[in-house]
Design a binder for this molecule. Structure first.
Ligand SMILES: [Zn+2]
Ligand SMILES: [Zn+2]
Ligand SMILES: [Zn+2]
Ligand SMILES: [Zn+2]
Length: 318
């Protein structure tokens, strides 16, 4: 009997596929913004939502969704007001979410902190058919936002100051990205678990960045890596009888290590060539909003703390 004969395994694989698609498309912007940990913070906040669901005997998926989305909006508003540093706001989310979850679940009928295990670290067998419908709808919403608004989200994530100068609704885009992150966290909670989802947002992107120079290339490869490790991890966890979330994350780390080793070899071979800056959708040019610096026979543009100049289809770091 193959594992595909089991209904719960088929559901687990579909859920894993959804997570593998959605997590890196959000993660690519979080990595760009150097906010990799926001997914983790929202995972902790979602725990309070899960606990509320258990306490009130409603769907934990839906209560987690509402609480995580509210948390996501709150952190962006706090960041935008600028009175509390993003760092502190994130810490409040981490500890408040976990503490709220543990306290609330202890009041739930028959609730113990161990009821959390399936949500914390993922448990593939717990995905119901109803969950799957909700997850699929959320994953589609995530993909519509992350792919449909790619140029805008990229601009805001890459250089907030520049995006503001260009007239983009920075706060609205940041809130949208944060809420999209919250949706992804909820989609992942059965497969990867709330404490490990951030790894699946970040690791495939980090792996892809080692191998791909352009934003589009990174995004495409990150999604491929995400799908391979999430579905592969579910299969391995079934065969090895291990928790799905931890297995998926270890697989993602193994791929990252392989890519890092390969990139190291490649860079040694390439030494003597030139250093390329990351590619970006924004094209520098006269009056593009970035400071121009005359450098020998060309202009460099000051961008995100470094200087680069157009060269062929890419930028060179100077
Ligand atoms: Zn520019
Ligand atoms: Zn130059
Ligand atoms: Zn640039
Ligand atoms: Zn070049």
């Amino acid at each position: 009997m193959s594992f595909l004969d089991y209904d719960f395994m088929r559901r687990a694989l579909v859920a894993a596929l959804l997570v593998g698609l959605a997590a890196p498309t959000v993660g690519v912007y979080l990595v760009q913004r150097r906010l990799s940990l926001i997914g983790d913070g929202l995972g902790h906040v979602a725990l309070t939502g899960v606990a509320l669901g258990l306490l009130t005997s409603t769907e934990p998926v839906l209560t987690a969704l509402v609480v995580a989305a509210l948390g996501a909006t709150a952190i962006e508003l706090v960041r935008a007001r600028g009175r509390t540093s993003g760092d502190v706001a994130l810490a409040v989310m981490f500890y408040g979410g976990l503490a709220g979850g543990v306290v609330i679940v202890s009041r739930a009928p028959g609730g113990t902190p161990t009821n959390f295990d399936a949500y914390l670290f993922g448990a593939i067998t717990t995905t119901s058919g109803r969950d799957l419908v909700v997850f699929a709808a959320l994953a589609v919403a995530v993909l519509v936002v992350t792919l449909g608004l790619a140029p805008r989200l990229f601009a805001v994530s890459n250089d907030e100051e520049y995006a503001r100068a260009a007239g983009l609704p920075v706060l609205a885009l940041n809130v949208l990205l944060a809420v999209t992150t919250a949706l992804t966290v909820v989609v992942s909670m059965r497969v990867v678990g709330l404490l490990l989802i951030s790894a699946l947002m970040v690791l495939p992107v980090a792996t892809a960045q080692l191998l791909q120079g352009s934003f589009r290339g990174t995004l495409a490869l990150a999604v491929l890596v995400g799908v391979v490790v999430s579905t592969g991890g579910v299969v391995v966890s079934y065969q090895a009888d291990t928790p799905s979330g931890g297995t998926i994350v270890l697989l993602a780390i193994a791929l990252f290590a392989l890519a890092a080793a390969w990139a190291g070899l490649r860079d040694r071979r390439r030494a003597g060539g030139h250093e390329e800056a990351e590619d970006h959708l924004h094209r520098h040019g006269p009056g593009c909003g970035h400071e121009e610096v005359v450098h020998d026979d060309h202009l460099d543009y000051v961008h995100d703390g470094h200087r680069h100049a157009a060269h062929g289809g890419h930028y060179d770091e100077h």
